[in-house]
Write a protein that binds this ligand. Structure first.
Ligand code: THU
Length: 132
């Protein structure tokens, strides 16, 4: 199985664990680091709606907690194959050494759109733009 296939499968399989009682929009994500470690995440919502955490940022938080520094690929799985939200794109860029593939999975059709994190957020802000 390729890394692409593994990430797609892991994001799809973790998706039912999402805690999304308000939106009922369950999202699963899986990423691999440049060290070859895989981390998963799901979205989790709150009665105070604005506190919701997306699946992608949850997976990244788990990676950071385990000491991971750089992402080499990430998959996100939803019932309709939507692309990551703007907040997640910015957080996804923070851990891109250069660029990395993003696999956008539609779990209903099985279709996967291939993108890269820089394609998703071309005009990004990062640490190189901060004053010294
Ligand atoms: N959501 C994600 O987990 N990732 C995205 O990229 C888009 C949105 C979640 C947040 C919320 O729990 C639900 O989807 C509906 O917005």
């Amino acid at each position: 199985m390729t890394i692409r296939e593994t990430l797609i499968e892991r994001a799809t399989n973790i998706r039912p664990k999402a805690y999304a009682p308000y939106s009922k929009f369950w999202v699963g994500s899986a990423l691999i680091t440049t060290d070859g470690e895989i981390f998963e995440g799901v979205n989790y919502e709150n009665a105070s709606y604005g506190l919701t955490i997306c699946a992608e940022r949850n997976a990244i938080g788990t990676m950071v907690t385990a000491g991971g520094k750089q992402i080499a690929g990430l998959a996100v799985a939803t019932e309709n194959g939507v692309t990551p939200c703007g907040a997640c794109r910015q957080v996804m860029i923070e851990f891109a050494g250069d660029d990395y593939p993003v696999y956008i999975v539609n779990t209903t059709t099985g279709e996967v759109k291939d993108a890269t994190v820089r394609q998703l957020l071309p005009e990004f802000f990062d640490s190189s733009q901060l004053p010294e």
